[in-house]
Design a protein around this ligand. Sequence first.
Ligand SMILES: CCCCCCCCCCCCCCCC(=O)SCCNC(=O)CCNC(=O)[C@H](O)C(C)(C)COP(=O)(O)OP(=O)(O)OC[C@H]1O[C@@H](n2cnc3c(N)ncnc32)[C@H](O)[C@@H]1OP(=O)(O)O
Length: 157
Amino acid sequence: MKAIQLYYPPEWAHCYGCGYLNAHGLHIQTYWDPEKGESETRFTPRPYHTAIPGFVYGGLLASLVDCHSTATAAAAKAQAEGLSLEATPLRFVTASLKVDFLKPTPLGPDLRLVGRPQEVKGRKVVVETELYAAGTLTVRGEAVLVQIAEGFGGGAG
Ligand SMILES: CCCCCCCCCCCCCCCC(=O)SCCNC(=O)CCNC(=O)[C@H](O)C(C)(C)COP(=O)(O)OP(=O)(O)OC[C@H]1O[C@@H](n2cnc3c(N)ncnc32)[C@H](O)[C@@H]1OP(=O)(O)O
């Protein structure tokens, strides 16, 4: 299966969180399950992603939720409209991002994010994301994503 981010055209693939053309980026990769209508990202933080020793920096967790949500929005919109991302790349930007840090996230285990679209309406998609560390829910996010309008800000992403 191909990660949603790999369908982004090169001019939209420089994002620090998920752009495949950003050599210094996180390279977040999101996979869509059309049967369940939900998405998954896995990410293993590095030792330098520390908040306090043993725990993951919250800004990194917010970045994971952010880019996981933009990709989930693209997949959800494509499925809702019966489009193929291969033929019709869709790219969303984050209009609003809310992150609840429910528990400290331990540094070490692989993190798993699950995204569920709550609303797909026009250019807007609302996505709820849960982030698990070793099976424990530690972060919940809600994001409002807006599809980039035709010809908008080309090359900036
Ligand atoms: C990087 C940016 C440059 C772009 C270059 C483009 C190319 C590169 C792409 C690569 C992108 C990488 C993506 C990585 C993920 C990020 O980190 S993106 C970076 C952070 N995000 C930004 O910088 C976005 C800045 N904000 C904006 O540009 C504009 O506010 C937006 C988000 C495009 C929306 O403006 P708009 O197109 O005028 O949309 P508008 O018609 O007002 O609203 C559409 C819908 O969204 C809702 N909405 C809009 N804002 C909000 C909000 N804050 N809260 C709740 N709902 C909202 C509206 O209510 C409306 O809903 P409905 O009425 O239809 O139900």
